[in-house]
Design a protein around this ligand. Structure first.
Ligand code: FAD
Length: 319
């Protein structure tokens, strides 16, 4: 497998760099080919302008996608950009390694995305989503370090949830270009934890990467679900879940299975939102927003929940 690690940290001794280098080590030990694009060390120029091109379509007005289409047809990406585009085209697994900056990626990496994912050559026309460069088979991973901790990004914190923060990368860059996004690897607040905890992160990363080939990616909706690229052909259903039987030992023993079932539904994009009352609440309720074709399909899915015999479901279509 050919792996491209695009790394964006200005300090080679940083923890973020340590994670990226550990990933490189693990992949090499497995016999994979690793291309390590250290953007700072290579002094990558992130500014997108006429210097992207050695041939010009319109000398009077710069429109990046017009010029990209032109040089895709006649040749003429600037040599530094051509090199990066080839790196991207060659990889089977794409990794972005970076510290979270202003809820996003550092400018040097954003500039790499802006310049390298070029219209015509990489995306555009039929080359988007499942028809994109990754062809719905190549995979992509975010390796992230943060300043804030997991509570701040967990959905009930002062900052937006991490899924929202990562949407421009996971959905807007990876999946838009046909790369299947894997769950991100996040080292929370490495500057505020102990050396042992940092060491545990490095080990956890090495362990996870051993099986990265068999890991199931996150499922984002294909373009085929949006006729004429309009509204989703799948509907939204709000499901109110009520407990109808008392909690017994059997119920308790099935909780881990129920949790994995729900996690799988989230991975598949079937459950878009899930909220529940504290377990001791009486009466107890949970609420799910489900993306499905029709109400019958929702009922069929709900019946597969391990705890279904203890629960009742009220399903309404919402718009
Ligand atoms: P470092 O400080 O480099 O590393 C932490 C510690 O790990 C250091 O003591 C280092 O010596 C040690 N270390 C290095 N290698 C190893 C090793 N092999 N084993 C064990 N220890 C090691 N945070 C947010 O949450 N949200 C934001 O929006 C945000 N915006 C930011 C914007 C800017 C411009 C900046 C500068 C920071 C921002 N931050 C934000 C914080 C930033 O995300 C964190 O500072 C960064 O992710 C921490 O990772 P690091 O690798 O830089 O840590």
């Amino acid at each position: 497998m050919k792996i491209l690690i695009v790394h964006a940290h200005d300090e080679p001794k940083s923890f973020c760099s340590a994670l990226a280098r550990r990933a490189e080590e693990v992949f090499k030990a497995q016999g994979h080919t690793v291309d390590f694009a250290d953007l700072h060390a290579e002094q990558f120029n992130p500014v997108s302008d006429r210097r992207n091109f050695s041939s010009v379509k319109d000398t009077d007005y710069l429109k990046q996608q017009v010029e990209e289409t032109h040089v895709t047809e006649v040749g003429g990406f600037a040599p530094d950009l051509e090199k990066e585009i080839r790196r991207l085209e060659a990889c089977d697994l794409l990794i972005f390694s970076y510290p979270l900056w202003w809820f996003g990626m550092p400018a040097i990496l954003k500039g790499w995305v802006d310049r390298v994912f070029a219209y015509g050559r990489i995306y555009g026309g039929p080359k988007i989503y499942e028809g994109g460069l990754g062809q719905s088979s190549k995979r992509a991973l975010v390796l992230l370090t943060t300043g804030g901790g997991p509570d701040v990004y967990g959905g009930y914190g002062v900052n937006p949830p991490l899924t929202t923060i990562l949407a421009p990368v996971q959905h807007g860059t990876f999946w838009f270009n046909g790369f299947l996004p894997l769950a991100p690897f996040v080292a929370w607040s490495p500057a505020r934890i102990s050396p042992e905890e940092r060491s545990n992160y490095l080990e956890a990363l090495a362990m996870r990467l051993q099986d990265i080939n068999t890991e199931q990616p996150l499922v984002l909706p294909p373009l085929a679900d949006f006729p004429g690229w309009g509204k989703d052909s799948k509907k939204r259903f709000m499901v109110t879940v009520t407990r109808t039987q008392p909690v017994d030992e059997k119920f308790k023993s099935l909780i881990p299975a129920e949790q994995s079932h729900l996690a799988e539904w989230r991975r598949l994009g079937l459950v878009l939102e899930f909220h529940m009352m504290p377990p001791q609440a009486e009466p107890w309720r949970a609420f799910m927003l489900i993306r499905e074709t029709d109400a019958a399909a929702v009922q069929k899915q709900l019946a597969t929940l391990p705890l279904a015999p203890w629960l009742s479901f009220e399903t309404v279509e919402v718009s």
